[in-house]
Write a protein that binds this ligand. Structure first.
Ligand code: ATR
Length: 273
């Protein structure tokens, strides 16, 4: 029987085991998926143990996505560009292959709900950390853009924007006053997450009607940011789809099977709602 895992700290709250186990069951695959609590100073040992114990592949979550890179043998282009790995596959000869499905997971989730692409026009990305960069690379690959970055620390938005061909950076204040120029707004900061920071990174009231407004947060299902955007006429999307699709891409890499994402999004939404 094959087995898979997710490593992180903390890890008990992860919904990945339930999701992958359900997909294994649905697809008649004799495998299981377990959460493994790995502290920062145990990472090397954990990778060696997973390999020794015959794990076929694992997901990597906070805080190990970048720290795991020295222990991975081969990286796909996205993981290399992002300098972060969220999915590992152990190849037949024991080679560890690392990839990052977060950004593509976001784009798939967006396109599953809203029929959109390059015609959406200007994109505003709020935040300039790992999530912002992964999502932006994937958006660029899918033909979206130009991308404007806005961040509490303006300098980081500026630095991130220099890695993209058609992009620029704005302060929160300037972004707020130009909100009606964007067809897609992507909130990637942790502001609004339960047990983290309450509030909103910037006020989305000034969007134009029909603007697509997304938040990578799914706990709560609707952040204050999304609620205000919805009331202002935005078409909104929370982070459950991104979570499910990054997992589905890992599942595909491991098994070659595309799992049912819509049903999973529905069931997680009901559970968290
Ligand atoms: P992740 O990998 O999830 O993107 P990260 O790399 O630590 O995490 O980035 C966190 C992002 O959230 C950053 O853009 C950060 O802004 P700064 O660069 O100014 O730190 C943003 N962020 C975190 N707390 C914030 C807050 N209270 N208000 C506004 N932005 C915040």
């Amino acid at each position: 029987k094959k087995w898979y895992a997710v490593i992180g700290d903390p890890i008990a709250q992860s919904m990945s085991p339930e999701m992958h186990d359900a997909w294994f069951r649905e697809n008649g695959i004799n495998a299981s998926y377990i959460p493994v609590h790995v502290k920062v100073d145990q990472l090397k040992e954990a990778v060696e143990s997973l390999k020794k114990l015959g794990c076929s592949g694992w997901n990597v979550t906070v805080p190990h996505k970048t720290a795991i890179i020295p222990f991975i043998d081969k990286l796909d282009e996205t993981a290399r560009r992002m300098n972060a790995v969220n999915t590992v596959k152990v190849l037949e000869d024991g080679t560890l292959y690392g990839m990052n499905t977060d950004g593509q997971g976001f784009v798939r989730s967006l396109q599953e709900v809203y029929d959109c692409g390059e015609t959406i026009g200007n994109v505003l990305v709020i935040g300039a950390g790992g999530a912002a960069s992964g999502i932006s690379f994937a958006l660029e690959d899918a033909g979206f853009g130009p991308i404007t970055f806005t961040n509490r620390t303006f300098e980081k938005a500026h630095r991130l924007s220099s890695g993209f061909s058609r992009s620029s950076a704005l302060s929160f204040k300037d972004a707020e006053s130009l909100l009606d120029k964007f067809g897609l707004i992507v909130q990637t900061t942790s502001v609004g997450m339960n047990f983290a920071q309450s509030g909103i990174p910037l006020d989305p009231s000034g969007i134009s009607d029909g603007t697509i407004v997304t938040d990578i947060i799914y706990n709560p299902l609707e952040t204050d940011f999304l609620r205000i955007a919805r009331i202002a006429g935005g078409r909104t999307l929370n982070g459950i789809g991104m979570f499910v699709h990054q997992g589905a891409l890992a599942f595909e890499l491991w098994t070659g099977i595309t799992p049912d994402t819509k049903k999973m999004i529905q069931s997680i939404s009901t559970k968290l709602g």
